[in-house]
Design a protein around this ligand. Sequence first.
Ligand code: HEM
Ligand SMILES: [Cu+2]
Length: 827
Amino acid sequence: MTALRRHRKLTAIWASEPGWKGWTSSVNHSDLGRMFLVTAFFFFLVGGILAMLIRAQLATPHSAFVDAGAFAQFFTMHGTIMMFLFAIPTFEGLAIYLLPKMLGTRDLAFPRLTAYGYWCYAFGGSMLLIALVLGIAPDGGWFMYPPLTGPLHSPGINTDFWLIGITFVEISAICAAVELTVSILKYRAPGMSLDKMPIFAWYALVTALMILTGFPPLILGSVLLEVERAFGWPFFQADLGGDSLLWQHLFWLFGHPEVYIIFLPAAGVISTIIPVMARTTLLGYGWIVASAVALAFLSFGLWVHHMFTTGIPLMGLAFFSAASTLVAVPTGVQVFAWIGTLWKGRPELHLPMLHILGFFFTFVIGGLTGVMVAVVPFDWQAHDTAFITAHLHYVLFGGFVFPILAGIYYWLPLFTGRKRFFRLGEMAFGLIFVGFHGTFLAMHWVGLMGQRRRIETHDAETGWGVINLISSISSFVMAIGLAMVLVDVLIHAFVAVPGGRNPWKAGTLEWASMSPPPAYNFASLPHVVSRDPFHADPGLPNRLAKGEGYLGDPKASRRETLTVDIATGRPDFMVIYPGNTRLPIVMAAVTGLFFVSILLKLFWLTPLALAGVAALALVWVWRLGAQVDAGPQDAGRGANLPLAGETTKSPGWWGSIFLLAANGTFFGSLLFGYAFLWTVAPGWPPAEWLTPSLAELGIGIAAALSAALAIRFAIRSNCRSARPMTGLVAAFGATVIAILTFAMLLSRVPPPDGHAYAATLCVLCAYALAHALLVSLMLSFAIARILRGYTSAARAAELHIVSLWTDYLAAITILSLLAAHLPGMLA
Ligand code: HEM
Ligand SMILES: [Cu+2]
């Protein structure tokens, strides 16, 4: 087959539908990555405009530009949009677009999940935009502290938009995180062992894992606060046994790691660009990986430093203060590795490098002020002043926006296949840099002089007037610079002259596909032997186009790729992807209906929407798999690989593992909340405990354990080509008993609107009940699949996935039943 025929054939197999139809039905990672990025930058624009409105209001004393209510909506929405709708989605978009290309494969692990995640983000973000346009946007600050945001002090719908919209958007973050984790671990070019992965993939992996463990506490907090607002269950109300500090813990359990979730991908961009710009290799690859991992671990222990002023015991203060300054160590390791790389190379000052210099300068100052506020007495002074706002922007803008701008200019030639010829980008950089420092240096200064954050006006007598004016004027200079970047990128995308492949002479694989890359990325997949495959073999692109790699011989009209063993990079399975479909957008819309029903208190709609999601999910998974054993497939270069459905640890199994990790963190946070209220909240013990029932405890635990055992038995008989039906039916029966147990328990809990104890207990039981229902659905699915001939001794991947969920159900059943019964027994 000639290269051109191969290209035509692959395009026919992989291309999205043309025009608008393609937008809604594409499951291709390049399309979705671009859609993520464009949407995220649209939100950056909105957030930026809000920032301009804020600075316009603060420019002069006693300004009457906006009133206090509008101002509160502006700063809340600015912070919310920047953190949730701009920064995280930008990372997701960049990673979704780039990773398969860098890793040398054709798509991400779960293409339809990528699309579902995108639409959840788009719909959830739109809910917040609508609120903003209607003037009913959230106004409680981006960290939404109750009791301010509770039903008593924020009765309107504003706060609900935040809680519901953000939870919707977080679903998208969890989807992307599962997707990226499995893709990085399993979907790489053959030969790419873990130590040959491009450094960006390491950062993306650590970030994705942090999202999986960092976002669930916030989702839990949002759910609890929304339930409190909708039904009056008092989780955060002190007079009824709740505690508003619980929100602060849950929020910062998410919020502190969030800073690193934003910073690490940016650091990944920097680590990728610096060696290329310095014409050398990255110094200390292993050290960098280790310090990224260390940062991730450390950051989870640090959330308390956002709560130094809430009356934490002194020992705690000392511990978290010391730990907070410790973070400077792994960050320092990375900064020194970058400087060392520049040192040993011959750096060239292209535009991406300018933004990296902007990053260095800004981020180091942000880090220093960070060490300052980690010192408890200083924090007591600076808390909630403009100093903190300034520090936070040095870290976020310095540590995220500058690196991302560098990344955009670095990868633009790949995205568009064109080359820049204006000097617009350099001018824009100058304006942004000067404007940024003018804005926020001034804010440090007024902050130290005592100006609080989140005030809509100030007096002339304070002497803050001139400084605020400097800050506001500078912020407009920065805005002009950012607008110029936008113009530059648009010119680049539409009218600049075409350029050649790999203008920076980089060594990573994304540059070995065409620019812009075709839907299938690589005509055949490379065998990787070094960390810079393109440098090792400059003829690589041609050889791949000629089909000399793996899968170079597109046979049936199916989208195929392969997966590798996690550590060694040996090819292990062949994967066949689903084609274009509107299922993801429809499912996201129905998911949205569920959220809207809660937002507008249309509770009759809620169960309908849930049933809709479940039905669509069944269609979604039903379409996978085959009814015959296919046996090993020829993957080219002498590799014969089984299909992923004919293995025990399929991609879906790995996906479940990481989804369950997120789910487990959610459950863990719930247990934490239960224990936290029990031990520290005012108004305990409650008047009424749940009456303990040993029978219920025993039956529930026995049922969940039997379900887990029965499915193991089913798998065992399936392996021996015997009928797995008996085991599955037994597992289903046991799960039904678990469902009944939890329903029983829920009916015996004291009224949940009376005391936080009963309220938390109800949530715990509802959580377990929902999982028991889910597992019973999965088991019925498995039974139906067997009846329809979708499983065989070889095609048992689905049984292993269901088994994972059944095990999880057993674990949470035991824990939640014990948690429900213990207090009553001890009392
Ligand atoms: C584009 C340039 C930006 C400007 C001029 C700007 C300006 C401001 C100002 C003046 C405030 C303080 C509002 C007040 O306390 O009254 C603020 C708050 C905030 N900004 Fe920005 N900002 C910018 C970019 C960003 C970015 C890129 C992020 C995050 C990725 C961000 C995140 C936040 C957050 C989280 C808050 C706190 C909101 C709250 O207190 O509820 N900002 N910004
Ligand atoms: Cu922090």
